[in-house]
Design a protein around this ligand. Structure first.
Ligand code: NI
Ligand code: MN
Length: 227
């Protein structure tokens, strides 16, 4: 599988058969290396309703006919924006779904989730994916929380964690998250998009190396890694 970072919290996970796009925020993301019109997807996963996670979801879903997975309330909002209900799957915290690409569970996140137009966006979440024989965790926007220990039961091959601080956990809390998750590899996100969430990723990677058993994988926007 291949994982590409499009800046902020937007990732493309490509398997042999599927393209999963997480939290598309491209056209107004100063760090994004691509535009919404240029990305491919057959599934779009949204962690919560904030603009910097859903901004391009409707346009990309309409163009690609991707199926969008989100919480129930965001799912309803997407249908109001014009997406076909048959292309939207609403979930809620703790629920799992067997999808064409693998299994996806919606996880807890400590954050908020209002939609860009002020609509109620339900509970924020993250995703635990079982894809291609690996367990991948996209934390979404969240604070550190003790239940990450539960998410680590069964092992985490790769965790994608926010490190920007201010709106989410910062670098220090992410180290505790990595330890609780027992993640084998970790990719940072939700930093350096704007000055208020600027972080030194190489310093963070040094801390991961020194204080956890995980391998830190720092990507540049547009960079891909085989996982
Ligand atoms: Ni957010
Ligand atoms: Mn955010």
């Amino acid at each position: 599988m291949q994982l590409t970072w499009y800046g902020h919290s937007c990732f493309l996970l490509e398997t042999d058969e599927h393209k999963l796009l997480v939290d598309p925020f491209l056209d107004e993301n100063p760090a994004a290396p691509v535009k919404a019109a240029d990305v491919a997807a057959d599934f779009i996963l949204l962690t919560h309703g904030h603009f910097d996670h859903v901004a391009d979801a409707v346009a990309i879903a309409q163009r690609t006919e991707a199926t969008v997975i989100a919480n129930f309330e965001i799912g309803q909002w997407l249908v109001k924006q014009g997406l076909s209900a048959s292309k939207v799957i609403g979930m809620n915290t703790g629920g799992a779904l067997d999808a064409a690409f693998g299994r996806v569970k919606m996880t807890l996140a400590h954050h908020s989730s209002s939609l860009p137009d002020g609509s109620y966006g339900g509970s924020p979440g993250g995703y635990l994916l079982e894809v291609g024989g690996q367990r991948l965790y996209f934390a979404g926007d969240t604070a550190l929380f003790l239940d990450m220990k539960l998410l680590g039961v069964g092992g985490i091959d790769l965790a994608v964690l926010p490190i920007g601080d201010l709106f989410t956990m910062g670098p220090a809390d992410s180290i505790e998250a990595i330890k609780m998750l027992g993640a084998r590899r970790v990719v940072p996100c939700h930093y350096n998009t704007w000055p208020p969430i600027a972080q030194d990723a190489s310093q963070w990677a040094d801390s991961v190396l020194q204080r956890t058993a995980a391998e830190a994988m720092v990507l540049q926007p547009g960079e891909s890694v085989e996982i």
